[in-house]
Unconditional design. Structure first.
Ligand SMILES: NC(=O)c1ccc[n+]([C@@H]2O[C@H](COP(=O)([O-])OP(=O)(O)OC[C@H]3O[C@@H](n4cnc5c(N)ncnc54)[C@H](OP(=O)(O)O)[C@@H]3O)[C@@H](O)[C@H]2O)c1
Length: 322
């Protein structure tokens, strides 16, 4: 698979979001299936895997997903880029402890679960009331320790990014981004391009909407399924967004590709620093999404898709500022 640079890291052009093996999209597969799915993705050329300490069934407990990723990739560790994330809230930092100490505690626990002595890309998952400058300084120290190769932030605006960047240059920003969620285009992506920071879109297929497989009749699962509250997946918004789904289908048919692949190819064409991490717990669709790297839009095709997308109103929104 083609590769891209995010910061100093070289990764496959499409990465793999591993969250759904533990949380977020209903019933989780058994561990054996998840491990095989991750290994298949590696076998298909994927070298960029995304997890987080918090991804566990029902978000209760810690590390379910990191353990699966660690088991799946242990044998090929030196050939892959592992990204994980920590939550850090002010009350967690006891009097007298430094932010560095607190972050390092989280990192060491993640490294143990991931069966590694170094994390390639370590993100702060959300702003948790700890000054970003202190987090940036701690991340810089962890790089000096050789415990992480790069660091990133998730769901942040350009002001936070800039304050962090002044202290310890960032490797990547992981915000929500897709054809129906384009807040990042205004300021964050231009800033990242200028400062050689990678952009790692999460939910790049809009939680499945852009695949065209979700209709008003689709029933989501009752337990631990974010699709019950993702605004774009309310019945009214599925109907409202149908012109975008139809547009993708038209291009998919023309390019002998799938709608999900076209939605990923669109962002890959648009920005050189973007590496999406689609998520799926289905072995076939994981490979389908990785193969978006093979779907090349010509400049003319891209411009036509972009112009027609710009004419569509988007129904439902959950960008980083809302
Ligand atoms: N930083 C953050 O705050 C944050 C938040 C959310 C997620 N993430 C990360 O980003 C990754 C991706 O996010 P996401 O899982 O929301 O992304 P997504 O790929 O936009 O949405 C996943 C949903 O789309 C469906 N889907 C994916 N590919 C499909 C295809 N080709 N055809 C039909 N349906 C398809 C999946 O169903 P099936 O499983 O049935 O295929 C699943 O229901 C996560 O795994 C996680 O690592 C980070």
């Amino acid at each position: 698979m083609k590769t891209r640079k995010i910061g100093e890291l070289t990764v496959s052009e499409v990465g793999m979001g591993c969250m759904a093996f533990s949380h977020g999209y209903g019933k989780i597969p058994n561990e054996g299936y998840s491990i095989e799915a991750i290994r298949n993705a590696y076998g298909h050329g994927c070298t960029f895997f995304d997890t987080a300490e918090i991804y566990s069934p029902g978000l209760s407990g810690t590390g379910h997903n990191e353990r699966i990723v660690g088991k799946a990739l242990h044998d090929v560790r030196e050939h892959v880029v592992l990204a994980t994330k920590l939550f850090l809230e002010r009350p967690q930092i006891r009097n007298g402890d430094s932010v560095y100490y607190a972050v390092r505690q989280h990192l060491e626990a993640s490294m143990e679960r991931l069966q590694t002595d170094m994390v390639d890309l370590y993100y702060l998952h959300r702003m948790g009331g700890v000054p970003i400058e202190e987090v940036a300084e701690a991340m810089g120290l962890l790089m000096e320790d050789g415990l992480i190769r790069g660091w990133g932030l998730s769901q942040v605006d350009v002001d936070v990014i800039d304050r962090a960047q002044q202290i310890t240059p960032l490797t990547a920003i992981q915000n929500i981004y897709s054809m129906v969620e384009r807040d990042m285009e205004a300021e964050v992506i231009p800033y990242c391009l200028e400062h050689h920071i990678g952009v790692v879109p999460f939910s790049p297929i809009a939680s499945g909407l852009l695949s065209g497989k979700i209709t008003t009749k689709t029933k989501f699962e009752r337990y631990d399924d974010v699709r019950n509250w993702v605004p774009q997946l309310s019945r009214a918004n599925i109907v409202g967004n149908q012109p975008i789904i139809d547009l993708l289908k038209e291009f998919a048919d023309k390019k002998h590709a799938t709608s999900a692949q076209i939605s990923l190819a669109w962002m890959l064409h648009k920005y050189s620093n973007v590496v999406p991490i689609p998520g799926s717990k289905n072995k076939g669709r994981i490979i389908e999404n990785l193969d978006a790297s093979e779907v090349e839009l010509t400049e003319e095709e891209f411009q036509s898709l972009e112009e027609r997308l710009n004419q569509c109103r988007v129904y439902g929104h959950r960008g980083f500022s809302r």
